[in-house]
Design a protein around this ligand. Structure first.
Ligand code: GLU
Length: 416
């Protein structure tokens, strides 16, 4: 039998396992298996050559029992409604495990931003808000950047929404550029939060992070900041990195700033001077201390899990490991920091951004780092304690903590 790779089926299966461990009330369990609401939109966008192209987009609001829905927007050629559903479920567990007063949502548009001009991207972004804006708002649902979306895209969306409302509404979206009400420290928050988790994991395992080797799969926002923050915060050495075009490896270490500059210049990490070429698949199997999947879903599967050799897997991507692979990593004694804990720094600083937008007063970067560290460290240990108490892997422990909180909110509201 081949392994299930549909992200939504995976998300449901993970919840099912957690529900059994927690002996969750059957009605609550069934309720939490599904998004509460979703909107599908069709967008007509004028392209630079004068033609009109039709795009399909989604916004899925999974659960808002704990507060307004929250979650990013992806622009990706392989986006599917089931991927967006899964990601919206994971956002629900993410905000709950962090104990921030928000629910979970996700959005996406099927498109290839790599072949679109800035003008085309702007028109697509504004068209998305003209349709989806009716279910968005500071107290309803607040998007943010995700795969292939940027602060500039957030700025266009915020502007379009504000024009529709007739007044400035910075808090309707997060991950904005700083001059439009973005938060200091939002740019590197996902990677930074992940590195704080690795620090805590190493403490727990009795390991020193200084000199640890780190391989990073995916070199977008999260991967690039992990490359600089791994050395800065942990004293780790970056030995490998990859993107959709391939990877590079040097066991002695790669200079993160030079690697980022190379990526900016050429569009890829490939052919970075002083490194050997490796594939994405080879990167995952390197004998390193810390493996950071920071790309897309379903990267560590039954096909390659036996070859994974890292001591710590820090999941900055959403859904990089399948449930079957998860079981094997656990049996092998590899310490997995699960996605919706490890990459929750992004949404946590998004929440700080919303708070700052609502009172129109902005914090210094060091203050943001300090508050983020407190939040990540507390969440990390609540998960580690649940893993110990129930004798389960960290992902299931994160589920037990998060689902417990969402279930409690649903019950208190009288929904179930
Ligand atoms: N897209 C990011 C995530 O998957 C951030 C979401 C947000 O800031 O709302 O967590």
């Amino acid at each position: 039998m081949s392994e299930e790779l549909n992200p939504f089926e995976i998300a449901q299966r993970q919840l099912d396992t957690a529900a059994e461990i927690m002996q969750l009330d059957p009605a609550v369990h069934e309720f939490l298996r599904w998004p509460i609401r979703e909107l599908h939109v069709t967008l007509a966008v004028r392209m630079d050559d004068g033609s009109t192209q039709i795009f399909h987009g989604f916004r899925v609001q999974y659960n808002d029992a704990r507060g307004p829905s929250k979650g990013g927007l992806r622009f990706h050629p392989h986006e599917t409604i089931d991927t967006v559903r899964a990601l919206s479920a994971w956002m629900t567990w993410k905000t709950a495990v962090m104990d921030i007063p928000l629910g979970g949502a996700k959005g996406g548009v099927i498109c290839n931003p790599k072949v679109m001009s800035p003008g085309e991207l702007e028109r697509l972004s504004r068209a998305y808000i003209r349709q989806v804006g009716r279910i968005l708002g500071e107290n309803l649902d607040v998007p943010a950047p995700d795969v292939y979306t940027t602060p500039q895209i957030m700025a266009w969306m915020m502007d379009e929404y504000s024009v529709l409302r007739g007044y400035n509404v910075p808090g309707m979206i997060t991950g904005k550029p700083l001059p439009l009400g973005g938060s200091a420290g939002r740019g590197d928050a996902t990677a930074r939060g992940g590195m704080y988790c690795v620090r805590e994991a190493a403490k727990l395992l009795g390991l020193k992070t200084e000199g640890m080797s780190m391989a990073i799969q995916g070199f977008g926002n999260a991967g690039q900041y992990a490359a600089t923050l791994g050395p800065e915060l942990l004293g780790a050495r970056i030995v490998a990195a990859s993107d959709s075009q391939g990877g590079v490896y040097n066991p002695k270490g790669l200079d993160p700033d030079a690697l980022i500059a190379h990526k900016m210049e050429t569009g890829s990490v490939v052919d970075f001077p002083g490194s050997d070429s490796i594939t994405n698949a080879e990167l995952l199997e390197l004998d390193v201390d810390i493996l950071v999947p920071a790309a897309l879903e379903n990267q560590i599967t039954l096909d390659n899990v036996d070859q994974v050799k890292a001591k710590i897997v820090a999941e900055l991507a959403n859904g990089p490991t399948t449930p079957d692979a998860d079981d094997i990593l656990y049996k092998k004694g590899i310490y997995v920091i699960p996605d919706f804990l490890c990459n929750a720094g992004g949404v946590t600083v998004s929440y700080f951004e919303q708070v700052q937008n609502s009172y129109g007063y902005y914090w210094k970067e060091l203050e943001v780092h300090k508050l983020l560290d407190e939040k990540m460290t507390t969440a990390f240990h609540s998960v580690a304690e649940a893993a110990k108490a129930y004798d389960i892997n960290n992902r299931m422990a994160a589920y037990v903590v998060a689902v417990g909180r969402v279930a409690e909110a649903c019950k208190l509201r009288g929904w179930v």
